[in-house]
Ligand binder design. Structure first.
Ligand code: NDP
Length: 498
């Protein structure tokens, strides 16, 4: 079995890492059936970091059999909630002990800054702790019906859950699914994106060390079109928990519909509006808006990419925003002063640059950025367009890069109409000192999350998910738990004779 060995000499972790890069199936690290390998590329310099095992259909089938067996023999209804919670706490504790290493690995693999990788790992650990606490508190209820009937409900695990996740926040995306799936007693199979699989693979070793029974958790890196599709089409998988593009989300649902009608939860794309009223705290609104648009190089499903500024404040806001952008240093994740890193891959680079060209050719004015930075890796300058037509591609489509559009609006009705004129509905933000108006606007927005005078706040206790084509179901909080359970209604006859 191959391992990845690397010596970090600077950054949040100094020292050697060494962990298996195979598939984790039934409690063992193994090569894939076809022995295929996938090269993982460092986005900072475009060079190969490591190679990992590539799962295909046969491996998926083995993992599903292992998960089903574990679910039916040792996990599911056989392990009490407090024991599942204890194992999840143990995993969280191991993740905390290895947090600096996980942060460094995520910086290397994804190109994220130390700050963003640190926030992600910290959040991922908090999510595992949160669901560890839930494990012995998932309850049904007793329902009053008639005197002769005892009716109560049980929340039972679904069975085998497959999680298919993207490359932008691999560790938090895993825990958002692993936490509620395991705390409710499901067996779990993870397919990370092959673009950014390193932290999920390292997590597999920590899961092993935590002592989950073999088969309860399985980790299979592989391509979406082969391994991912095999999961969505498998007749013995009970649920697919998916995060990624709307296009692939549609394919996941189609496969579920064509096969065993497995349950599906989808966390998809966005084109989120950020509304700046003219009575806002301008300095704060500008700072938050820069973060809302460019954090993670805009590779966030909830990136606030459509900035709407009330007309009397527009010129001042744009001037202050552009001044703020000029101070952002671009560089690799191990440069402590850099705040803008590379996008994740050559594919993503080409995709983002094609949107910048579309913005220019459809007549929007380029206010800042728009070009490559440096001559190695996948760096794109933070970019802002103004004066775009509301039907332009850069206003309508998810770009998933450091590219935004700023537009004027007249009043509340005008901006609510503009903000809601999208097929997406994941997130939004409103900046105003008039809290009545800010909250009223928030209530009128068709989005799963509204941030008032802030951006990107996420907490394990608070549900996250989309309206419209941004998804189905909610992650985080108690809402997520319900989507990993079947509800069974029990009716007990207390003495009626026929
Ligand atoms: P995808 O939706 O293609 O990928 C997400 C995950 O699904 C990956 O693990 C992928 O594997 C897998 N997958 C792909 N095709 C299938 C399939 N037919 N059946 C099952 N699983 C599949 O997103 P990308 O990574 O290609 O990114 C493309 C765009 O998607 C981005 O530019 C962005 O617009 C959006 N996106 C949105 C995210 C969000 O959080 N909402 C996150 C990431 C991307 P593989 O990596 O091998 O393709």
């Amino acid at each position: 079995m191959t391992t990845f060995t690397h010596e970090f000499t600077s950054g949040p972790f100094v020292g050697k890492v060494d962990f298996p890069t195979g598939l984790y199936i039934n409690g063992k690290f193994v090569d894939s059936a076809k022995k295929g390998r996938i090269d993982v590329i460092n986005p900072t310099n475009g060079k190969k970091t490591m190679s990992i095992s590539e799962a295909t259909e046969e491996d998926v089938d083995l993992a599903v059999k292992a998960a089903r067996n574990a679910f039916e023999t040792v996990w599911g209804l056989h392990t009490p909630g407090y024991e599942r919670g204890r194992l999840l706490y143990k995993l969280a504790q191991l993740m905390r002990e290895h947090a600096p290493e996980l942060i460094a690995l995520e910086m290397l693999d994804n190109g994220k800054s130390a700050m963003l990788a640190g926030l992600e790992i910290d959040q991922a650990i908090s999510v595992v702790e949160y669901y560890a606490g839930w494990a012995d508190k998932v309850q049904g209820s007793v329902i009053e019906t008639t005197e002769a009937n005892l009716a109560y409900t049980r929340r039972e695990p679904l069975g085998v859950v497959c999680a298919i996740i993207p490359w932008n926040f691999p560790l938090s995306q895993v825990t958002w699914k692993l936490g509620p799936a395991l705390c409710t007693g499901n067996a779990f199979i993870l397919k990370p994106s092959e673009v950014s699989p390193v932290c999920p693979l390292r997590l597999a070793s920590l899961i092993h060390e935590a002592g989950f029974p073999p088969g309860v958790v399985n980790v299979l890196a592989g391509y979406g079109i082969t391994a991912g599709r095999a999961m969505t089409e498998h007749m013995d998988v009970d649920k697919i928990a998916f995060t990624g593009s709307t296009l692939t989300g549609r394919r996941v649902m189609e496969a579920a519909a064509r096969t065993n009608l497995k349950k599906v939860s989808l966390e998809l794309g966005g084109k989120s509006p950020n509304i700046i009223y003219d009575d806002c705290d301008l300095e704060q609104a500008v700072r938050w808006s820069i973060m809302g648009l460019y954090a993670g190089q805009g590779q966030l499903c909830a990136a606030l990419t459509r900035i709407y500024v009330q007309e009397s404040l527009y010129d001042k806001f744009v001037e202050a925003f552009l001044a703020g952008v000029k101070h952002m240093k671009i560089g690799g994740p191990f440069d402590p002063e850099a705040v803008v890193g590379p996008v994740v891959s050559q594919t993503q680079y080409d995709r983002v640059m094609s949107y910048i060209e579309a913005g220019k050719s459809q007549g929007a004015s380029l206010l800042v950025g728009g070009t490559r930075h440096g001559n190695e890796g996948f760096f794109i300058q933070p970019t802002l367009f103004g004066g775009a037509d509301e039907d332009a591609k850069i206003v309508k489509e998810e770009i998933f890069g450091p590219v935004g559009v700023v537009t004027r609006f007249k009043d509340e009705d005008d901006v609510v109409a503009k903000a809601n004129d999208t097929v997406y509905g994941l997130a939004s933000a409103v900046f105003s000192k008039d809290i009545d108006r800010a909250i009223r606007t928030g209530h009128r927005l068709q989005a799963g999350t509204v941030w008032v005078n802030c951006v990107h706040g996420l907490h394990p206790q608070v549900p996250f998910g989309g309206y419209k084509q941004s998804g189905i179901g909610r992650e985080l909080g108690e809402d997520a738990i319900h989507s990993y359970c079947n509800v069974k209604a029990m009716h007990v006859n207390l003495g009626i004779k026929l």
